[in-house]
Design a protein around this ligand. Structure first.
Ligand code: FES
Length: 111
């Protein structure tokens, strides 16, 4: 069942936002990034050792906005594909969450 997570205006160009997704009784964290007016969503779990990427900062991007970053050991990920291009998990990838923009709503289909 698709879940509404945010309005498109709530995630300005070049920014990211943490989201919480319900799966029955469980709530899991993910994040959405807006880049070049496209939206990408990933689970908040680093492929290195399964820690949340943001380390509580709720910021998932490098200062230049070119990559997603894991704040634990500095892994860098391509925003579009989630592939790690630098750091301890090069070649591995963030796990993508299927996402759909319906009008001005960002909908996630995680399960
Ligand atoms: S936990 Fe993400 S780089 Fe180590």
């Amino acid at each position: 069942m698709p879940q509404f997570v945010a309005y498109t205006k709530d995630i300005p160009e070049g920014s990211s936002r943490k989201i919480k997704l319900k799966n029955g009784e469980e709530t899991q964290e993910g994040f959405v990034i807006r880049q070049n007016n496209r939206f990408f969503a990933y689970w908040n779990r680093c492929p290195h050792i399964s820690l949340p990427l943001d380390w509580g900062s709720e910021d998932f991007l490098t200062s230049d906005g070119k990559y997603s970053i894991c704040r634990n050991h500095g892994a860098l990920f391509q925003i579009e594909t989630g592939e790690c291009v630098d750091g301890p998990c090069v070649g591995e990838s963030l796990e993508k969450i299927p996402l759909k923009v319906v009008g001005n709503k960002i909908m996630i289909c995680p399960y």
